[in-house]
Design a protein around this ligand. Structure first.
Ligand SMILES: NC(=O)c1ccc[n+]([C@@H]2O[C@H](COP(=O)([O-])OP(=O)(O)OC[C@H]3O[C@@H](n4cnc5c(N)ncnc54)[C@H](OP(=O)(O)O)[C@@H]3O)[C@@H](O)[C@H]2O)c1
Length: 276
């Protein structure tokens, strides 16, 4: 017989708190992979398919529902509002928080104040490609979590993409800045390539198609070949050719190397600030 943590078993019942951009992306992935009857708390979603249930307000959470895991996907700023209502459930199931910045210590203390002193909180940072099973989720388990709880998180998160674990909680800030926020950097690239293509005289629809396909094709090539990104870049760059001309602009020390470094460090700093 397969255990709940085994990849062949259905994804065990979840209480998903917050079903916006990130919670919605994860839910889409879980629904596609077979999710046991679960409960979603969200003020806006009205398209949650049966047998899953949606409630609008934490006060309406069904008291008889026993989730295997509580997935906390509200904005970090909403943590204080939502945590007290989760305390009764946190006595029975671990919490997997995907909230940027919010620390295990801070969340555990808030749950203790709400009457649940022995809540287990595990942190994860997923990203929105989870919606199509192509996510990247990095987790941090505090010493208090059991191997079974960690295996349960692995089971649930590997259903929506790749997973990795870090051993120090502060590493989650860098993870947030690279993979949590990262899809936005790639979408911006597609957006800007499309804009410049149009400015150079291409029909807008064609510029859009070329930009999108180039980004998705390059991503698929990295994934399928496993070749280093730098080597793939070199393979496109003939000496004296058009790509080299563009890269001499992009790779100038004050261009992408500096800009992207500053951007990622700014995101990482913001993740740290969100802890309080
Ligand atoms: N977006 C990403 O790509 C991404 C990536 C990695 C991690 N994350 C993390 O995921 C979390 C959610 O981000 P998001 O972008 O998905 O936010 P979002 O789109 O605003 O989704 C959160 C949803 O939860 C609802 N909600 C919050 N508190 C509630 C309550 N007490 N009762 C009922 N509904 C409630 C919100 O409704 P209201 O708006 O009415 O409050 C909203 O619909 C954040 O902590 C973020 O750090 C996001």
């Amino acid at each position: 017989m397969s255990s709940p943590a085994s990849p062949s078993a259905p994804i065990p019942p979840l209480l998903l708190v917050g079903c916006g951009q990130m919670g919605g992306a994860m839910l889409a992935g879980w629904l596609a992979d077979g999710l046991a009857p679960s409960v979603v708390l969200d003020r806006h979603r009205d398209d949650i398919p049966a047998p899953h249930r949606v409630v609008r307000d934490a006060a309406d959470l069904p008291r008889d529902f026993v989730p295997s895991l509580i997935v906390l996907a509200a904005k970090p700023q909403k943590a204080a509002e939502v945590l007290p209502a989760l305390a009764p459930f946190a006595r029975q199931a671990p919490i997997l928080s995907v909230m940027a910045g919010k620390t295990v210590g801070g969340l555990t203390a808030a749950l203790a104040d709400a009457g649940c002193p022995d809540a287990v909180v595990i942190r994860a940072m997923p990203n929105t490609p989870s919606a199509i099973g192509q996510g990247m989720t990095v987790c941090y388990t505090p010493p208090g979590a059991s191997d079974a709880q960690r295996a349960l998180c692995e089971r649930i998160l590997s259903a929506i993409g790749d997973t990795a674990w870090v051993t120090r909680e502060e590493q989650m800030d860098a993870v947030t800045a690279i993979s949590g926020s990262g899809p936005a950097y790639v979408f911006l690239l597609a957006e800007l390539m499309e804009q410049t293509g149009t400015a150079l005289g291409l029909p807008p629809e064609l510029a859009r198609r070329i930009a999108r396909r180039t980004v998705s094709g390059a991503g698929a090539l990295i994934e399928r070949t496993g070749v280093d990104a730098a080597e793939l870049r070199r393979r496109v760059t003939s000496p004296g050719g058009t790509t080299q001309q563009a890269l001499s602009v992009l790779m100038a020390p004050d261009a992408w190397p500096t800009t992207l470094d500053r951007a990622i460090r700014a995101a990482s700093r913001r993740a740290r600030e969100l802890a309080s």
